[in-house]
Design a binder for this molecule. Sequence first.
Ligand code: 8IG
Length: 277
Amino acid sequence: MPDALANPLDDPAADPFDIARRAAADIARITGVAHHDIAVTLGSGWGRAASLLGDTIATIPATEVAGFSAPALAGHPGTLQSVRMPDGRHVLVIGARTHYYEGHGVRRVVHSVRTAAATGATILVLTNGAGGIRETWTPGQPVLISDHINLTAASPLEGATFVDLTDLYSRRLRDVARTVDPGLDEGVYCQFRGPQYETPAEVRMARAVGGDLVGMSTALEAIAAREVGMEILGFSLVTNLAAGIQSTPLSHAEVLDAGRAAEPVISALLANVVGAL
Ligand code: 8IG
């Protein structure tokens, strides 16, 4: 007998794009908004952007939408929000990220991206909290993602799906972001599986191979977004310097504190950038 609490994505025979279309239909029905133009995934520290984007039409618990699950992490609200911007465009704000380290598989990790595409969104803005490798960066600083290195050894693509990842983090959208804040620096994001933070040796490795930021999200989501043809903008909030770059041990509390302190500034930045896209 099927378990009513089971996630349909956990059935290996299910088509994840079918479930994404069902999720989009759930969102349209519950919000009353038939089409979204832009999707924004909110990571640690970015949570207050939604209310600055425009009028919230509806906030729905992610658990009411096909394929989504309850949040695993305190500080992540587990909601989807439909926001109407002053120019009339609709933004789907995703506050319900599933991380690869949760161990539920890549289909669940990228379900919000596929759902956003199925609602009509053609632009995806991915935000996260990350460790900074460059010594000139300080906690609380937002950085544009210019490219990524996927160190998870996983992929959201199934079968012989050969997807080009050139200019994955759109140069055009990064240029738009810099019209809002010309001081924005950019760097290469390395996704590790986590949930442990890196060893100092792993951070030196990440730096040696061209990484500037270390985190546990975003790269797999960006790959899935490219597969469905979305244009991608990525932002990291440097919440801590990566292990060994800073002299003190990393703590989740420190990460949350840095996020809270930076939140008003970076949320306003994000809202202004999305308004300009
Ligand atoms: I916030 O230093 C945050 N997320 N992998 N390393 C990794 N993820 C992070 C870090 C970090 N800080």
